[in-house]
Design a protein around this ligand. Structure first.
Ligand SMILES: [Mn+2]
Length: 329
């Protein structure tokens, strides 16, 4: 059986990609892997389904990013690495174009069940806090020194997926890695400023409006917010990340689950779930074909907003009932 190391050493031209609307973990892991492969003497291009958000543009000082444009050919590649996801369906219109070239597909991911995705070779650990942490492990295993740009990418991955070290996945590996990255020169507060302190003037109003859309259900255990197309449009114009409503809602006393439903331009509804306590939101979205982690998961639902809202509320209710006397963290 080919090991993941053999896969990295045995191919020459790599294309790195991830899910649509790449987040900090996806982008940070791509940065780190780009520099690892360059150190191994490989040709490597990052081609995402979407452009990177403005708040992440500091990454481009040291690492070239591109995104797939329908009218432009892709760079040549023999191997594709999917990061922070395991299914080509998550890469939008890019997926079929990649398949056409018949490359070897590999997956580096930390989501539950990612071994069963589209990678013929996988580097998966669902206990890892971030995909970037897995790329850090690869540096160590291959004995490649970590350059500054890669250190910054891994730091971004860690803070993106642990909520700046606040979530329960912020384990010993995360803090050990963060310590080592800061020792290597990563400036956390500068990254924080780049990510969160350059917001569009409309973003305060958008946060207020988005929060205003929430209601409490199931005796105060579920907070559910539905963002219609009009609000999503305004958010897109201001480059406002509507996930910002998740934490304030999760902070309410008594909350077990937060559900954020976003209406997309194609009529589908993107549902993000966050849990406190013992509810397994990965299990809930799995019944609708989604995936993720026990405390953070998502799914795209092909139904009108009202139907999606009702379906999610019913599924959360069932999950709470199954837990019986629900405990609280
Ligand atoms: Mn991730």
């Amino acid at each position: 059986m080919t090991t993941f190391h053999d896969f990295l050493r045995g191919n020459q031209r790599f294309l790195l990609t991830g899910h649509e609307n790449p987040d900090g973990d996806c982008l940070g892991a791509e940065v780190a892997l780009w520099h690892l492969l360059r150190a191994l003497g490989k040709t490597v291009n990052i081609v995402n389904p979407d452009p990177i958000g403005r708040s992440f543009d500091f990454l481009q000082r040291h690492t070239p990013f591109s995104h797939a444009r329908p009218d432009e050919p892709l760079p040549d590649f023999d191997a594709v690495v999917l990061l922070d996801c395991c299914q080509l369906s998550r890469t939008g219109l890019l997926g079929p174009r990649l398949v056409q070239k018949k490359p070897t597909f590999a997956v580096i991911d930390h989501h539950v069940g990612s071994e069963r995705g589209d990678g013929s070779i996988c580097y998966v650990d669902s206990t890892a806090a971030a995909t970037g942490a897995l790329v850090r492990r690869l540096y160590r295993e291959l004995d490649v020194p970590l350059p500054m740009a890669a250190a910054e990418g891994i730091f971004l991955s860690l803070v993106a997926d642990t909520g700046w070290f606040r979530y329960s996945n912020a384990d010993q590996e995360v803090f050990a890695m963060a310590s080592e990255l800061v020792a290597a020169g990563v400036d956390g507060s500068r990254i924080y400023d780049a990510l969160y302190r350059r917001n569009h003037p409309d973003s305060a109003g958008l946060l207020a409006d988005a929060l205003h859309r929430h209601r409490l259900a199931l005796g105060g255990k579920l907070a559910i917010a539905c963002l219609d197309k009009a609000l999503m449009d305004r958010a897109a114009r201001a480059d406002f990340d509507t996930d910002a409503v998740l934490d304030p809602l999760r902070s309410l006393e008594g909350i077990e689950v937060v559900a954020l439903l976003k209406e997309r331009f194609d009529g589908t509804v993107k549902c993000s779930l966050r849990a406190r306590g013992d509810v397994d939101v990965q299990a809930i979205v799995a019944t609708f074909g989604g995936g993720g982690h026990k405390k953070a998961a998502g799914v795209t639902m092909r139904m009108p907003m009202a139907a999606a809202e009702a379906a999610i509320e019913a599924a959360v209710q069932q999950s709470l009932l199954a837990l019986g006397g629900t405990k609280r963290t």
